[in-house]
Design a protein around this ligand. Structure first.
Ligand SMILES: [Cu+2]
Length: 116
């Protein structure tokens, strides 16, 4: 499954502007930004996370995260996934810098993803 997504992603980049070549190289290198998120004081923890643009991200919600908080949503990046267990990662590759908020799909909890 992951390889299919990678292949589709590579096709999109390949058909796009050649200036995206750096992104392909980074993804090909398998440099994944792995992030663990738990739950503390009624919110995601940590709730400010810095990542780099152009490199794949894999978020694990640990076992302290329950209920609707497992449906993790970064609206501005089009990311929305219900992670039933810790093995169901939330994966995406940010392609632009900026600060994006995350929450559960209902808008509970609050966090910031700072893409550099
Ligand atoms: Cu909720």
């Amino acid at each position: 499954m992951v390889s299919i997504i990678a292949a589709v992603g590579a096709l999109i980049f390949y058909n796009g502007d050649s200036s995206n070549n750096d992104i392909i190289d980074d993804v090909g290198g398998g440099e994944v930004q792995e992030i663990n998120i738990g739950f503390k004081n009624g919110n995601y923890y940590p709730n400010t996370i810095s990542i780099q643009s152009g490199k794949p991200v894999s978020i694990t919600l640990d076992n302290s995260v329950g209920g609707c908080f497992r449906s993790f949503t970064i609206r501005a990046l089009g990311v929305s996934k219900y992670s039933k267990t810790t093995s169901e990662k939330i994966t995406f590759t940010p392609t632009k810098a900026g600060t994006f908020t995350f929450a559960c799909s209902m808008g509970m909890g609050y966090g910031k993803l700072v893409v550099k």
